[in-house]
Design a protein. Structure first.
Length: 317
């Protein structure tokens, strides 16, 4: 059932409130824009983010949309936050958005604003020329994933900017702090940005997609030895893996992936056919198996990456 931001916990600082977690080995921090699950003791140099899996739909957003709730959900990376919910038990924090991508897209620059979305002049500092804006998928999207217009009437610019201030910046601030803390503790950090993709290409006559797409911004966002290792672990477990096409990594991967500064970033796209009934948007029979597989994969990847990158750092020193 769709819920609204009105039912989410009120905005509070990360350290101000910790709900009782299901796993006693982790703590949960809630903010109006995100949920942070982290182990009491972080033992892995990894940070996981799920920016597109939020399911809290504000009532005023639903009222302003020309689409029904099920159509709005076509832009969701459905349940990806839950698929990766085992990461804190493996020693790494997981930051997940609570609000939906159709409301605000965290995998964009803060001000990728579409002049066709609002009825006010766009501020001069905004990026109105990106390919994503041209496609109607800016920081606040004009369309959902299948191209349908979201709004019955253009929203005011002030409303768009308020979403960015109250939701976008708190999420990205929390993510930056997690990466900084991880880098300080371990000497390096690996960010895994978690997503899902439709099982078939959107273009008419398009074929099926691979099981997994790993994006590293064509080599710019992550040490290539780590990329090869992650890919090989997936392949050895029977998954068809493709690199960078059709998803090379969005703003989060591009912005945070700085191997020269000891921060490595990978975007992981999971084929929804592996775990989701894409028409009903409910888990399919493969859901539990995939969730267990992801736990097993990263239980192998995390220590291997720590040995690889930690060893490289020691050799460099």
């Amino acid at each position: 059932m769709l819920s609204t931001l009105d039912t989410a916990p009120e905005a509070r600082g990360l350290d101000a409130v910790m709900d009782k977690p299901e796993d006693p080995g982790q703590e949960i921090a809630l903010h109006a824009s995100f949920k942070l699950a982290r182990p009491f003791v972080q033992s892995a140099p990894f940070v996981f983010s799920s920016p597109h899996s939020g399911r809290n739909y504000p009532a005023e957003f639903l009222a302003a949309s020309r689409l029904d709730p099920q159509s709005l959900r076509k832009s969701e990376d459905c349940f990806v936050d839950d698929l990766f919910a085992g990461m804190p038990a493996l020693g790494a924090p997981l930051l997940a958005a609570l609000f939906p991508r159709a409301y605000l897209d965290l995998n964009r620059e803060p001000y990728e604003l579409d002049p066709e979305l609002v009825h006010d002049p766009i501020p001069p500092h905004a990026n109105t020329q990106s390919i994503r804006v041209a496609g109607g998928l800016g920081t606040v999207a004009r369309i959902v994933a299948d191209g349908e217009e979201i709004y019955a009437q253009r929203p005011p610019l002030a409303q768009v900017l308020e979403r960015i201030e109250s939701l976008y910046f708190p999420f990205h601030g929390a993510l930056a702090r997690l990466i900084e803390q991880t880098t300080q503790q371990f000497g390096f950090a690996v960010l895994i940005d978690c997503h899902s993709m439709p099982s078939a290409n959107a273009a008419p006559g398009g074929g099926s997609r691979p099981d997994i797409v790993i994006g590293d911004r064509f080599g710019a966002a992550c040490d290539q030895r780590l990329v090869r290792m992650v890919r090989e672990v997936f392949v050895r477990r029977g998954y068809e893996v493709q690199m960078n096409r059709p998803y090379a990594g969005g703003y989060i991967t591009e912005h945070h992936g700085r191997p020269s500064r000891s921060v490595h970033a990978l975007q992981i796209e999971i084929n929804r056919g592996l775990y989701l009934d894409e028409r009903k948007l409910i888990p399919n029979a493969g859901y539990g198996a995939l969730k267990n597989e992801l736990d097993a994969i990263f239980a192998q990847v995390m220590p291997a990456a720590a040995n690889l990158l930690g060893g490289m750092r020691a050799a460099a020193e």
